[in-house]
Design a protein around this ligand. Structure first.
Ligand SMILES: Cc1cc2nc3c(=O)[nH]c(=O)nc-3n(C[C@H](O)[C@H](O)[C@H](O)COP(=O)(O)O)c2cc1C
Length: 230
């Protein structure tokens, strides 16, 4: 595949030799797999899986990849932290002036993907992102540490940083302002909710007979669940 492979290191063979899907399904085989018995909403099943993941020692199960597209239709992905899940959807936060914030404003269609290595589980959420109201974004902001608030306030996130001293100075100045006014909320901070239209749950099987279920939202707001070929 790669044309510049050196004879000393066969990169393809080396990568192929790295183990994958080494996790153990929760409850070793006792995973409920009849969609007729699934909860009526994907957020309820997500919370069940998340609780099992936390109890089973999955590291950082609330880290997920957010994918957006820019105004030329070119996709981009980055990891972030899930902040909440409820009937409305999946919440995350960041700066409205960041590339993801600008992209979401222009095109709110997005997806989130989770991979839990230890339990061999993947969850994919697709839908439309809407901004949370003032109290939600303010609470999210003030719950962050002083340093995290200062970085969020001072940072021109994802722009070129020509001199790292500019960053140090900007953050130090923002720390001083936030300590003087702990209720301060950056105008740029957003809490976003991905309101799902479909959510797919994927469970690895040690025998490679992986299990997949897809929740799809109907026009009346109710959900149907189907089993997918692996
Ligand atoms: C584990 C992890 C968690 C992160 N959490 C967040 C987050 O909650 N919000 C955020 O804006 N960026 C978060 N980031 C940084 C983003 O991945 C990204 O670098 C940043 O938001 C700029 O993305 P953009 O240029 O696409 O807007 C996190 C990165 C990692 C690796």
């Amino acid at each position: 595949m790669a044309e510049d492979v050196s004879p000393e290191l066969d990169t393809r063979a080396w990568i192929r030799g790295i183990p994958a899907l080494t996790g153990t399904p929760p409850n070793a085989g006792a995973t409920q797999n009849d969609p007729a018995e699934f909860p009526s909403t994907p957020s309820a099943l997500f919370l069940t899986w998340l609780r099992q993941a936390v109890d089973g020692g999955v590291a950082e199960p609330h880290v997920c990849a957010l994918s957006t597209v820019d105004n030329e239709g070119i996709p981009d992905s980055r990891f972030l932290i899930l902040k909440d899940v409820g009937d409305r959807g999946f919440w995350f936060s960041g700066s409205a002036r960041s590339p993801k914030g600008v992209e979401l404003k222009a095109n709110p269609r997005a997806s989130l993907a989770f991979y839990w290595r230890e339990s061999g589980q993947q969850i994919r959420v697709r839908g439309v992102v809407r901004e949370g109201g003032e109290p939600v974004r303010a609470r999210d902001f003030v719950e962050r540490s002083v340093t995290a608030r200062a970085v969020a306030t001072a940072s021109r996130q994802s722009q070129e940083l020509a001199d790292s001293r500019d960053y140090e100075r900007a953050v130090a100045g923002a720390v001083d302002s936030i300590e003087a006014d702990p209720a301060f909320v950056s105008d740029d901070w957003r809490a976003w909710c991905l309101e799902p239209e479909s959510v797919e749950f994927w469970q690895a099987d040690p025998g490679r007979r992986h299990l997949r279920w897809l929740y799809r939202r109907s026009s009346d707001g109710t959900w149907t669940v189907t089993t997918l070929w692996p």
